[in-house]
Design a protein around this ligand. Structure first.
Ligand SMILES: [Zn+2]
Length: 141
């Protein structure tokens, strides 16, 4: 399990949209969907303000990054953005080395081996002082 919260990969805060801002977004493309490039029928079709580069992928929450989009187009894009954001998060966790180590430290808590007080090594599952613990298991330094 990674030890990093997954919400912290450069996400931008989302501001609420005023009707004025929604109109600005509409006017920016003249009512053309930024995803499929077809005209949106503002009366009969539902449309939303789309973040061209998703907030969760580091896009800005301002007019330069906004455009009108069919609701159906936006749903498909959001799904893809979530997939890419999840991938970016996994990559970051690996990059900073925050994921669980693949090899446990020798004789660490996650190791299958432990060292007894007398200096012998044995399987972690075995009790203290079992004499034959390190025999026949193939493990030698
Ligand atoms: Zn569209």
């Amino acid at each position: 399990m990674p030890f990093v919260e997954s919400g912290d990969v450069g996400t931008t805060r989302r501001r609420p949209l005023s009707p004025r801002r929604r109109l600005q977004v509409w006017e920016k493309t003249g009512g053309v969907c930024v995803l499929c490039a077809r005209r949106i029928d503002g009366v009969r079709e539902r449309w939303i303000v789309e973040h061209i580069r998703a907030l969760e992928l580091g896009g800005a929450d301002d007019l330069s990054n906004l455009g009108p989009a069919h609701e159906a187009c936006a749903l498909a894009k959001t799904k893809e953005d979530h997939r890419r954001a999840a991938q970016a998060k996994r990559q970051k966790v690996r990059h900073i080395g925050a994921d669980a180590p693949k090899r446990p430290l020798p004789f660490g808590k996650a190791s299958r081996w432990k060292r007894t007080l007398s200096g012998r090594s044995c399987r972690a599952s075995e009790g203290h002082g079992s004499r034959n613990a390190a025999r026949g298991d193939g493990w030698r330094r």
